[in-house]
Design a protein around this ligand. Structure first.
Ligand SMILES: [Zn+2]
Length: 320
């Protein structure tokens, strides 16, 4: 199996449905409406997706739940040939942004990660845009206080329709000063201007999605020239209706224009995908072959928020 590096994965959003159902049964939590008849996560659109996501997340209540979640998620990554993954971690869901609680959750997540040695994991502490800038400040402080060999990045997810990227500049400045790598969701539901704002106002080096940059030629040139790396999640974009199918997805056009890009699954069980499925779809749609996938993995290793020794180890494994 091709060794893969995944840079855009929401820990809770990667929770296998069976794992969430099992935990809900243990805790006697009613999850009516969260799953469809086949046991998949059920949602109509992005707004509803966020609601279902938060309902499913409610069964994750203790640090040990997160240890088990991390293990379950990384076992799936390992099955897909992933050797390194960066997962978005949310102090909002892990202790309500309280620093002491966050430290307990983080220790448990690291324990879960250590139980799956096939996959090396790093955490990107992520604020949630629709919770607002004040919550983001608290999240950034949690990130800064725990920055180190495991927490290596800071990001923002959530509903792009709320506020602007610049509203969150304080949180990103705080994270930058703590030495964390920076990424934010943009150019998914927001247009090219949201990508520009992310670059100008938050000074990120990676963009979560960013694919709608394709609507603005000058912006595409800027991404290519500045070496901004896109965390592209084609399956997610298709399921959430950005593009009618993978053939109409701009990933190949962005690549042809010289934009550095990587491939990830975002919230894989929600979008009925896996890293293997993404690779297979790209191969079928655009004829991407092993050497191109190797380039993608090397780009991801170069863009990973990890130390130089880890990066070299990843590159060596990819070249082996
Ligand atoms: Zn995402």
């Amino acid at each position: 199996m091709t060794p893969k590096i995944e840079l855009h994965l929401h820990l809770e959003g990667a929770a296998p449905p069976a794992f969430i159902r099992g935990l809900a049964a243990e805790k006697k939590i009613d999850l009516t409406g969260v799953f469809d008849a086949r046991g998949h996560y059920a949602f109509r659109d992005f707004g509803h997706f966020l609601q279902v996501y938060e309902a499913a997340t409610e069964v994750l209540q203790t640090p040990d739940d997160y240890r088990r979640l991390t293990r379950a998620v990384l076992e799936q990554s390992a099955e897909n040939g992933v050797i390194y993954t960066e997962a978005f971690l949310s102090p909002d869901f892990c202790g309500g942004r309280d620093l002491a609680a966050w430290r307990d959750y983080l220790a448990a997540i690291r324990e879960g990660a250590a139980e799956v040695p096939e996959v090396e994991m790093r955490g990107i502490v992520t604020c949630i845009r629709h919770f607002g800038p004040d919550s983001a400040r608290q999240t950034a402080l949690c990130a800064a206080e725990t920055a180190g060999d495991f927490v290596t990045g800071f990001g923002m997810g959530g509903n792009e329709a709320i506020g602007s990227q610049g509203d969150f500049a304080w949180a990103f400045d705080c994270a930058r000063e703590a030495g964390l790598g920076l990424t934010t969701h943009a150019g998914e539901f927001g247009g090219p201007e949201s990508v520009r704002q992310a670059l100008d106002d938050l000074r990120v080096t990676r963009i979560g999605h960013g694919v709608r940059a394709i609507e603005d030629d000058a912006l595409v040139d800027r991404l290519a020239e500045d070496g901004i790396v896109l965390e592209v999640c084609p399956g997610s974009n298709v399921v959430l209706g950005l593009y009618p199918d993978i053939r109409r997805h701009p990933i190949e056009r962005l690549r042809a224009r010289g934009v550095a890009l990587t491939v990830s699954t975002d919230d894989p069980p929600f979008f009925h995908t896996t890293m293997e499925a993404e690779y297979a779809a790209l191969n079928a749609a655009f004829d991407w072959d092993e050497s191109l996938f190797a380039d993608i993995a090397r780009t991801a290793a170069q863009a990973a928020f990890c130390d130089a020794t880890t990066r070299q180890r990843l590159l060596d494994r990819l070249d082996a």
